[in-house]
Unconditional design. Structure first.
Length: 233
């Protein structure tokens, strides 16, 4: 291991929200995700743009970042993509797909007030990324991959689970799957059978939002009661 001579007396500083240390740090269990997240905090601050973002092409072109992932050269790009997918699934980063005649690009924003406003401003046409300047713009806020959502919240993938997830992705809206997984996590029932039961109920009976003004505890008991048979006590 190469030694580090220490930080100089003067030099740039990067601001990281305290919530990152009090909440996110203990949740991130993937080293590449942690490295890429910290890199994005740094990269988006030094760019000093009105609408700070970083493209996938920029990330893939940064040799220092790729080398820092500490994997074989032929695995670097795949590892970077997986780390980004995990950060998007966790909600640390927001990803937007933009496309024009010159091709498609993925843009990443920090999930901060400025990052969210940047995406809204992009959708309103108040700015365009360089890849599409002067061209028609198609914009799509992209959701995390269903496999990453499963691994982040429920458990490791197996070939059988992967097939089950593909079938679920074809059968239900992605928003439903994400919300059902979130309910399972809130109820501390990290089982796909529980998630699937919620989805099947929504499909057969209709999906109902929590009534306005309803007590959170009552609503949780309602959800738990409907799917209580999927909980092991």
């Amino acid at each position: 291991m190469r030694g580090f001579s220490g930080f100089p007396k003067s030099g740039g500083m990067v601001k990281i929200p305290s919530l990152f240390f009090s909440e996110l740090l203990s949740q991130i269990d993937h080293l590449a995700e942690l490295k890429v997240t910290l890199y994005c905090f740094w990269r988006l601050q030094i760019k000093k743009e009105k609408w700070p973002h970083v493209s996938l092409s920029e990330l893939l072109g940064d040799r220092i970042l790729l080398t820092g992932l500490d994997v074989r050269d032929d695995e670097q790009r795949l590892t970077l993509r997986e780390a980004l997918e995990r950060a998007v699934a966790r909600g640390t980063l927001l990803r937007v797909g933009v496309s024009g005649p010159r091709g498609e690009e993925h843009l990443f924003f920090l999930n901060t007030p400025l990052g969210r406003e940047s995406i809204l401003a992009l959708a309103r046409g108040e700015w365009k990324p360089e890849v599409t300047v002067g061209e028609p713009l198609e914009l799509a806020v992209e959701r995390p991959n269903i496999f990453t959502i499963y691994e982040q919240n429920i458990g490791p993938l197996t070939p059988h689970i992967a097939q089950v997830l593909r079938e679920a992705e074809a059968a239900y809206p992605s928003e439903w799957i994400e919300e059902a997984v979130e309910i399972a996590v809130q109820q501390n029932v990290r089982k796909w059978a529980y998630v699937e039961a919620i989805l099947e109920r929504w499909q057969s009976e209709g999906k109902h939002e929590k009534p306005e003004g309803a007590d959170d505890d009552d609503w949780r008991r309602y959800i738990t009661g409907k799917f209580g048979k999927y909980v092991d006590y």
